[in-house]
Design a protein around this ligand. Sequence first.
Ligand code: ATP
Ligand code: MG
Length: 264
Amino acid sequence: MSGNGNNELLKVEHVTKLFGGLAAVNDVSFTVNSGEIKGLIGPNGAGKTTLFDLITGIQRPTSGKVYFKGIDVVGMRPDEITSLGMVRTFQTIKIFEGMSVIENVMVGRHSRTRTGLFSSGFLLPRSRKEELETFEHSMRILEMLGLETRAFDAGTNLPYGQQRLLELARALACEPEMLLLDEPAAGLNPYETQELTQLLERIKSDGVTLLVVEHNMGLVMNISDEVIVLDYGEIIARGAPEEVQNDPKVIEAYLGSGIGNAKG
Ligand SMILES: Nc1ncnc2c1ncn2[C@@H]1O[C@H](COP(=O)(O)OP(=O)(O)OP(=O)(O)O)[C@@H](O)[C@H]1O
Ligand SMILES: [Mg+2]
């Protein structure tokens, strides 16, 4: 943690996003403290993904502020925000076609290494060393996720559940201080979901702060230190998982989709 003298890693202040007349995100404020897992839930269309887009620089808020490590990130490019240590995954899988599993992970790592401009000419030996280091680091991540035996298969040939894990691997390769996961359990079977739960706990214990959007209530209530509930772009509840689960406003928001088995 640097700078702002407290434990706040991410601070979202009065963020609003208008699409025409629709407030997809409406005056949302919250903080995520270093080392915690915060769950972000809400019915379909509540504004969860839009909020992620606003935090990670994919879209710009109509109004409001976003601070990461005390740095105002509104107006920064997504890759600039990534290099500050905030990394996200997407609701829709984005595996690079024509790349092996390990290459898909190494791509993430490259966003963290410094070679770039100086990769040619007399600095080449150093860049080869860096490449080997990137390979080994990526392999360790694949091992942690149980994907190492698939390292040289095409990424797009993995079954769906493993493609989701591969996305997580790529995000971890950036060595994030904070991870934003948009529905990491979508499409996973109960066994895979259980494994993901343990994995997220492990990532947390490695010191990574997490903000997790998820429709799987079992998962989100299990892992989250605190849960925020969005509905029609507004925060309608926040608190410990058990408080939020029993909040009449939350139950009402989920009527029709069912809080017990809501699916993306
Ligand atoms: N680019 C856009 N232009 C116009 N409206 C949009 C745009 N992106 C999202 N919306 C609208 O904003 C609202 C919030 O959408 P968002 O995708 O953020 O919801 P969500 O909570 O992620 O939903 P889900 O759980 O289904 O993924 C929805 O009404 C959606 O139709
Ligand atoms: Mg979404």
